[in-house]
Design a protein around this ligand. Structure first.
Ligand SMILES: Cc1ncc(COP(=O)(O)O)c(C=O)c1O
Length: 417
């Protein structure tokens, strides 16, 4: 028996207009999940993949795998060319001045760890690292642990009532003692674009390095690292419709020169004997060992795919879906949306209902959303919450997905409220 049959009023509660995604059929994963009765609304955790990217992933292996940067044979040269082509594509995607300013890591998380270890010797006891109250654990723990190792102070910028980093307080807290500012472009919990420009200006005025966590932001708009004028920008492939296992770290040339190598092994060195070694500059000096070759090549295909879409049509589609999501949530009794989300996602709590119970009942109805602390435990604690439910959208989602979500939500709330 379908949900509509269980409660005939659901048929009346339809979206304002049909919302169609012209890109849905490009994503076999979303179609496979739909065939299983699953509605995927967790793209902020990881996105489904376009066929073009899957073809590139398989194509690298099926066409003859080879290691990069070390072989003179044809398969090795071909793999190296394809691998380096992704670096150039990603650099163009981020508007980095040169491909050499992009380091491939295994994830965004690894990029933050690279920075924390690579910059470690630049800090003196008493120096301050400034983050914000909404950071993902990936942009919190590497700095927290660095602060503990080097006796630094971790300063946390508070948020205003709408969930944005409070600029007045930031102006007080970013001081000559600040050596580094590390902040998110788009919160993975609150879905709000953060006021990066004034924050980066404050950091620059104090001579501090800046790190921008673009893990969510990179997906919803073409980031321009030159316009941002940050020292480092971090993001990961799997949220950008690419494969998992690849992260990207952009650095300004002078900032990259401040990094010491942090992982040691093959291909990252110029010369070694038993007593000592000299290392390559970025990017290869920070890519020790065999990199995730197939995944990097496939990321290139994902970027090509995204580049082939009409960017304004994608933004309009995302905005329409997001507006429907927010308005549907706001109409429901007891539902409170956290912060003021601008794009792509909404986290919410329901009065008197535990987020885990709600997520469980949604999952039983084939709705895949995320529930919990969203790897931002201190933020949730600060909001007085143990967790929240998050719905997040990709280009392939459509109005029917939202309708199924709202039907399931109503059904679940009827049981729980
Ligand atoms: C804002 C933000 N930063 C960093 C990360 C970490 O990314 P990854 O898991 O790819 O290392 C995530 C992942 O959810 C995120 O949402």
């Amino acid at each position: 028996m379908g949900i509509a049959a269980l409660n005939p009023s659901y048929g009346l509660d339809c979206l304002h207009m049909p919302i169609h995604s012209p890109w849905r059929t490009d994503f076999p994963g979303i179609l496979a999940l739909a065939a299983e009765g699953q509605t995927y609304l967790d793209s902020a955790a990881t996105a489904q993949k376009p066929q073009a990217m899957l073809d590139a992933l398989l194509g690298y292996y099926a066409g003859g795998a080879a290691n990069v940067h070390r072989a003179q044979h044809l398969p090795g040269e071909r793999a190296t060319r394809a691998f380096e082509a992704t670096r150039a594509k990603a650099a163009r995607w981020l508007n980095a001045p040169a491909a050499e300013q992009l380091i491939f890591t295994r994830s965004a998380t690894e990029a933050f760890n690279l920075l924390a270890y690579g910059l470690e010797q630049r800090f003196q006891p008493g120096d301050e690292i400034v983050i914000s109250a909404l950071e993902h654990h990936a942009n919190l723990l590497p700095w927290q642990q660095l602060a503990l190792r080097r006796q630094l102070k971790l300063v946390v910028l508070p948020l205003d009532h709408s969930g944005l980093i409070n600029l007045d307080q930031a102006a007080q807290l970013i001081t000559p003692r600040t050596r580094l500012l590390a902040i998110s472009q788009l919160s993975n919990v609150l879905g709000s674009w953060q006021p990066l420009a004034p924050l980066l200006t404050l950091a620059r005025a104090q001579g501090a390095l800046s790190v921008v966590d673009g893990a969510q932001g990179v997906v919803h708009g073409r980031p321009d690292v030159q316009a941002l004028d940050c020292d480092f920008y971090v993001c990961s492939s799997h949220k950008l419709y690419g494969p998992d296992g690849v992260g990207l770290l952009y650095g300004r040339n002078d900032a990259l020169q401040q990094l010491a190598p942090w992982q040691f092994g093959g291909e990252m060195l110029l010369h070694t004997d038993y007593a000592s070694a000299t290392f390559r500059p970025a990017p290869l000096g920070f890519e020790a060992g065999t990199p995730p070759i197939a995944a990097v090549i496939a990321l290139g295909a994902a970027i090509d795919y995204l580049g082939s879409l009409d960017a304004s049509a994608v933004s309009a589609h995302e905005a329409t879906l997001h507006a429907e999501l927010l308005s549907g949530l706001q109409q429901r009794r007891g539902v409170r949306v956290l912060g003021s989300p601008n794009v792509a996602l909404a986290s919410f709590v329901v009065e008197g209902v535990h987020h885990a119970d709600l997520a469980h009942l949604l999952s039983e109805q084939g709705i895949a959303v995320r529930a919990g602390h969203h790897c931002a435990m201190p933020l949730l604690q600060g909001l007085g919450l143990s967790g929240a439910v998050r719905v997040s959208l990709g280009v392939y989602n459509d109005g029917d997905d939202l309708q199924r979500f709202f039907n399931a939500l109503d059904q679940a709330l009827e049981l729980l409220q």
